[in-house]
Write a protein of this length. Sequence first.
Length: 137
Amino acid sequence: MEFYGRKRISTHLNIAPLIDVVFLLLIFFMLSSHFVTQPGIKITLPSAVTARLHPEEDIIISITEDNNLYLNERLVTLENLLEQLRIEIIKTEKKTVIIKADEKIDLGLAVKVMDIAKQADAERLIISTKLEEDVKQ
């Protein structure tokens, strides 16, 4: 009688399909990350040919289409804007105020906000716009 040894079962792990799945997931997440909308204040800025980039480190007052006011993304009213803006100017020691207003707002509200910014001792006022060529795209 002959004894045969146990047959060895080969347990080779093929990781090629696993690598394919990982790469497909990576591509999916890379492509879908561009379509995620960032939360924020919805404003359609007016366009201008002479617009130029300005660092967003200053104090920003946003005026939405429905006349809501935001001071650095914090909702404020026209009545308490002066007080909040003075606190912000003292706290950050920045004297430049950027006004981002929707193109459909009333001009009177924009003038009131600019007047309040001057009363709060803002040295510079910048009206935010977008480049004309960005509009065409």
